[in-house]
Ligand binder design. Sequence first.
Ligand code: NAD
Ligand code: TYD
Length: 349
Amino acid sequence: MSKKILITGGAGFIGSHVVRTFVKKYPNYQIVNLDALTYAGNLENIQDIAASDNYRFIKGDIKDVAFINKLFEEEKFDAVIHLAAESHVDRSISHPNEFIETNVMGTANLMNGFRHSCNGDFTDKLFYHISTDEVYGSLGKTGLFTEETSYDPQSPYAASKAASDHLVRSYGNTYKMPFIISNCSNNYGANQFPEKLIPLFINNIKSKKSLPVYGDGKYTRDWLYVEDHAKAIDLIFHKGIPGETYNIGGFNEWTNIDLIKLLCAQMDIKLNQAPGTSEKLITYVKDRAGHDRRYAIDATKLNRELGWKPTVTFEEGLSKTIDWYLENEKWLSNVTSGAYQTYYKKMYG
Ligand code: NAD
Ligand code: TYD
């Protein structure tokens, strides 16, 4: 069946993998990628599919109400898959308002545009909101986040995503707008901006710069290979039940320091260095403000109801990710020039 789908944030890390999956797998769909191309957006991420017949890119800002309303009125989308967001916790600590404006107001603008363009008839329509496990707050040593876990966001980023999730549910309840929300754990893979832990540390090891480990390094995250997330989004979009929430995770918990040691060992092999060379770069630095101790997702609902499970092991995914960064020198040097240098100096001195 033909569908016109708006994917927001499709020039970013996860969005680019989602856009590629949909453009390649569904030639009958018209995929429109809306992205403001902030520091995190990069058309190089999707240049391989840019000339596809079923694909169009539109540069635009979800904060711009008049632009968003006009876009929805003209295009009459059947569905929205919403990924555009400010996504880095450290930046939300220094600039919270940008997160509130994009993640909360931007989401509301999209839903208003969608709702008005549907003109009360939501038959076969869907607003699919991509969210994070960070809305649930921090876990102690045991337990997992389920879809029933109460929201308890701890950073401005997490709070802005939690607020947007609440807004989406409220539009479902109030206006009967069909929606789905998925909350995913930490992603890693090709095309991730090198401000997040894994690509930052790959880049630093490559450039023999120190590896800034926050606090005691014993913070825990649940890591999922980005292509497994894109596959989950595809499955949920097509088979998920409107009104439902699905947690997506890797069943793959690592303390930061253990992950960093594995990354260092793999980097030593790939760079033909003596074992232990990269680990010498580890430097413990001041902790992140309000740092969540542990995240871990229970993704059994998605497995039980839709049959999804991660397909890429962490060792394999990490190895593929390192290879991608080592093979894409130009991508890395383009994104780490200019404004990145200013950000880096401000964050890490
Ligand atoms: P990213 O920062 O790599 O990409 C975000 C994209 O959104 C960029 O292309 C950027 O240009 C675009 N964007 C930002 N502000 C915009 C605006 N005002 N208008 C239009 N476009 C704008 O982020 P990501 O890591 O790919 O995350 C994508 C989504 O997935 C986000 O909603 C995030 O909350 C969620 N998520 C991310 C992770 C993760 O580990 N990265 C985990 C779970 C959920
Ligand atoms: P990050 O990739 O920023 O993802 P999130 O905060 O969304 O989980 O960070 C992952 C973990 O790595 C988190 O516990 C913070 C830690 N971290 C460092 O120790 N040093 C760093 O320079 C960065 C960016 C993160």
